[in-house]
Write a protein that binds this ligand. Structure first.
Ligand code: UT7
Length: 333
């Protein structure tokens, strides 16, 4: 059985904070943030939630695929910032969309989450277990951000992106690519955030005090060094494993964390920057939502064509990292 992405969608909150707004909160500047990260602004939730953004991105992806919600067999939501512990975000999305036949669960692997959701869904589809999957990355990182910490608050934003995957007779190559993924819990201290529901007897943390461990804390340089070493390596691994030459790849769709990371990865792979689309200037780092938001933008701009090969690559907290090759298809092309 083969399977492929056949529709995309996204939802971006309309409220924005640009670098000048951030400079009113911490000692930083528009110039510093642009130069070190490439980020100019980020979109921040107002009335939205992780679940509401996930549902809207999912609805738009199904519309793009031209499939009714009843056809969906599997809904996966990748998130580290759901507004709900129970029920899972994926079940809420199911309810919102009326995807009554779907099996639903969430997946948590930070900025690698969407790549792992893609791999998980592909395993179900190519294994013949399900025919149609809706995978979503949705994040409200503004809730986990310490707005007094200039080392992190400049980076993150909110949003959701989604893709519909469909099993079918799409040709020999499609859906037969093997992914490469890695985890290294031993280096997890580089990027941490305690749960607000971290119990100490009866004292459930309410997330309102000055204890910064309940917000994202990051050793920025350690994460930067990890990314520029491990991302080119894992892309090299996935290409070699599948006997695909770099020349066959139309786009490398990397997790959008920092423009300098993307530039170093391109250089180390010896590939031109035109193959590395970016939108982090507008959205900042939206963790597991960044890859599907970018994918959806490119799809809607008409930049994705049937038969193109793409590499999706994620990296982040855990530490986790991985890459997958996607052959683009649209049910309408
Ligand atoms: O999704 C995956 C998770 N995260 C990432 O991918 C993040 C990876 N890391 C990064 O993107 C970068 O490390 C940062 C953007 C976070 C920081 O950039 P950097 O070039 O690594 O800066 P740095 O931490 O080495 O700091 C350089 C200087 C320091 O000052 P001194 O010691 O040289 O005087 C910092 O105190 O810049 C200072 N600094 C700032 N200055 C103005 C740190 N943050 C800021 C800031 N504004 N926001």
């Amino acid at each position: 059985m083969t399977a492929t992405i056949c529709g995309t969608g996204s939802y971006i909150p309309s409220y924005t904070m640009d670098n000048h707004d951030i400079a009113k909160l911490v000692d930083t500047s528009d110039e510093w943030i642009r130069e070190r990260t490439g980020i100019a602004r980020r979109h921040i939730i107002q009335n939205e939630t992780t679940v509401s953004m996930a549902a809207e991105a999912g609805r738009r992806a199904l519309e793009d695929a031209g499939l009714p919600p009843e056809e969906v067999d599997l809904i996966l939501v990748s998130t580290i910032s759901s507004n709900l512990i129970l029920p899972c975000a994926a079940c809420e999305v199911q309810k919102e969309l009326g995807a009554v036949n779907a099996t639903c669960f969430d997946l948590s692997a930070a900025c690698t989450g969407f790549v792992l959701a893609y791999n998980t869904a592909m395993a179900y589809l190519t294994g013949g277990i399900y025919r149609t999957a809706l995978i979503i990355g949705s994040e409200s990182l503004s809730n986990l951000t310490n707005w007094k910490d200039r080392g992190t608050c400049i980076l993150f934003g909110d949003g959701a992106g989604a893709a519909v995957l469909r099993a079918g007779d799409f040709g020999k190559a499609v859906g037969t690519y093997l992914p490469v993924t890695h985890s290294d819990g031993g280096r997890g201290a580089a990027l941490t955030c305690k749960s607000r529901h971290d119990y100490n007897g009866l004292n459930c943390h309410k997330g309102s005090g000055d204890d910064v461990s309940y917000y994202m804390q990051m050793d920025g340089q350690a994460v930067f060094k990890f990314a520029v070493k491990n991302v080119p390596e894992v892309i090299g691994e996935v290409l070699a494993l599948n006997h695909v030459d770099p020349e066959e790849i139309t786009y490398y769709i990397l997790h959008q964390a920092n423009r300098r990371i993307v530039e170093v990865v391109a250089k180390r792979l010896g590939e031109p920057m035109e193959k590395f689309p970016m939108n982090l200037e507008e959205y900042g780092n939206t963790s597991s939502a960044s890859i599907p938001i970018l994918l959806d933008e490119m799809n809607r701009q008409g930049r994705l064509r049937a038969g193109q090969k793409l590499v999706l690559a994620g990296f982040g907290a855990g530490l986790t990292w991985g890459a997958s090759i996607v052959e683009w298809r649209s049910l309408r092309q």
